[in-house]
Ligand binder design. Structure first.
Ligand SMILES: [Zn+2]
Ligand SMILES: [Zn+2]
Length: 204
C-alpha cells in the first residue's frame, strides 16, 4: 500500500488517501491507474464545484476505459454503473468526462501526455518505473498531471440518462428495451442487437 509521506502538503491528499484505500481494498492492489482515476475525479469534481463522493445523481461520469482507472474514479466520486451515474464508453483511453447534470457543464479530464516521464521527478527515491508512477502520480500537482478541457456532450444529458418509464418492444426479437435505447430501422423500432452493429451477432 502506497502511503503519502508525512510532509506531503497537497490539498487533495486526505481525499486521495481515503479514495486509494477504498479502491485498493476492492481491487486487492494499488496501482498507478487507480491513482490517475482518483486524481482525475478529485480534479473534475472540484472544477465543477461539486462535493464528492455524491449520494445524489447530480454528477454523471463518462469514463473512456474500464479497469483500474475506473476504480479510482468510483472511489472518489461515489458514482456507479448500477446507480446510472457512471457510463463506460470504451475507447481504451485513460480519461473521463465529468458532467454536472443540473447545468450540463461538462469537463473532460485526462492525464497529460508526458506524465509517465514526469513522475520520476516527483518520486526520485523510486528506482523502478512502476513505483515512480505509483508515487509520482500521488504527488504531482494537477497542473503537471492533468488536462481539464471543457467539452459539449454530443447528446443532451436527458437523452443519455433517459426516463425511468421509457419502454419499447423490439420489432424483431420482441424483447423489451428500456431507457430509449431502441433504433428506428425502416420504420421499425429495433434493439441495437437486431439493428446490427451491436457487440454480438444474433442472426448469424
Ligand atoms: Zn490496477
Ligand atoms: Zn431485438
Amino acid at each position: 500500500m502506497a502511503m503519502l509521506p508525512e510532509t506531503e502538503e497537497l490539498e487533495i491528499a486526505p481525499t486521495l488517501q481515503k479514495a486509494l484505500e477504498l479502491a485498493s481494498a476492492r481491487h486487492k492492489h494499488l496501482c498507478p491507474r487507480q491513482v490517475l482515476g482518483a486524481r482525475a475525479a478529485i480534479a473534475g469534481a472540484k472544477a465543477l464545484n461539486l462535493d464528492v463522493p455524491r449520494a445524489d445523481k447530480r454528477l454523471l461520469v463518462i469514463v473512456e476505459t474500464d479497469g483500474c482507472f475506473v476504480d479510482g474514479v468510483e472511489a472518489v466520486a461515489g458514482v456507479s454503473v448500477g446507480r446510472r451515474t457512471l457510463r463506460v464508453e470504451d475507447y481504451g483511453k485513460m480519461a473521463a468526462t465529468f458532467v454536472d447534470v443540473k447545468t450540463e457543464q461538462a469537463l473532460r479530464v485526462a492525464p497529460q501526455l508526458d506524465v509517465r516521464e514526469k513522475s520520476h521527478r516527483y518520486a526520485p527515491e523510486q528506482a523502478r518505473r512502476y513505483f515512480a508512477m505509483l508515487h509520482g502520480y500521488q504527488r504531482m500537482p494537477d497542473e503537471e498531471l492533468l488536462t481539464i478541457q471543457p467539452v459539449r456532450l454530443a447528446q443532451p444529458v436527458a437523452a443519455i440518462v433517459s426516463r425511468a418509464a421509457a419502454r419499447a418492444k423490439c420489432g424483431m426479437c420482441g424483447e423489451e428495451i428500456i431507457n430509449e435505447r431502441e433504433v428506428e430501422t425502416n420504420g421499425r423500432a429495433l434493439c441495437r442487437a437486431c439493428a446490427g452493429g451491436g457487440y454480438l451477432v444474433v442472426h448469424p
